[in-house]
Design a protein around this ligand. Sequence first.
Ligand code: UDP
Length: 244
Amino acid sequence: MRTLRNEIMGVSFDNLTLDEAIDRGAALAQGPGFSYVVTPNPEIVNMARQSKAYEDILNAAGLVLPDGIGVVYAAKILGCPLKERVPGIDFASGLLDRLEVSGGRLFLLGAKPGVAEQAAANLNARYPNLTICGVNDGYFKDAAPVVEKIKAAQADVVFVCLGAPKQEKWMAQYGPQTGAHLMVGLGGVLDVYAGNVKRAPEVWQKLGMEWLYRLLHQPSRIGRMAKLPLFLVDAKKASRKGKS
Ligand code: UDP
């Protein structure tokens, strides 16, 4: 069952708390059928504004979660506030807790060679009863062998970490062929689980400043982030247009 969704600049977000989103994700992971989760930040919403096909892929997801304080601000500006930010990595960690108990099988897909293996080793240390049934890096040419590998591993859940928009397109196109029940597009999360990229300390997260912490540690992201203030300006313009 779908909850009511709040449309932010063309993308319809589920209005859920983190805990509610984890409950929904855990239910979807049990099947039947296949669905995928997307975690758009302002950059992803902007990509969707440039491509109707990509916008459709986001809106067809089983769960659309606001992974950025920018989306939460835009929602407020547009007069359809969201309950809270739901960072992809927090959603993923909540799902891991559930999989450990339910015995669901997890496959890790993405990042540079060796990263998913390291992430799996670290996750197994943290979640001793979690079944990680396979891994694959994110720099493959053909999808078919990867689809077969996920199928053979009998994965219930796949964390797909290929960056946007590749991961969302991949989940929508190939996900149903893998036999998995749930795929989650998670960007650079495997780099964090592998210990290669550090997440912002909790106080930065609580202040909604995780983006600034990431920028300070990866200054090369400045080009991507410079577009974010414009996103809020566009939201303001859209809100004025809506009122007039
Ligand atoms: N990546 C991949 N295959 C590709 C391109 C990127 O596996 O063809 C991986 C990359 O190694 C990184 C992740 O996708 O682990 C994208 O990370 P980024 O920080 O850009 O994502 P964000 O968290 O910002 O969405």
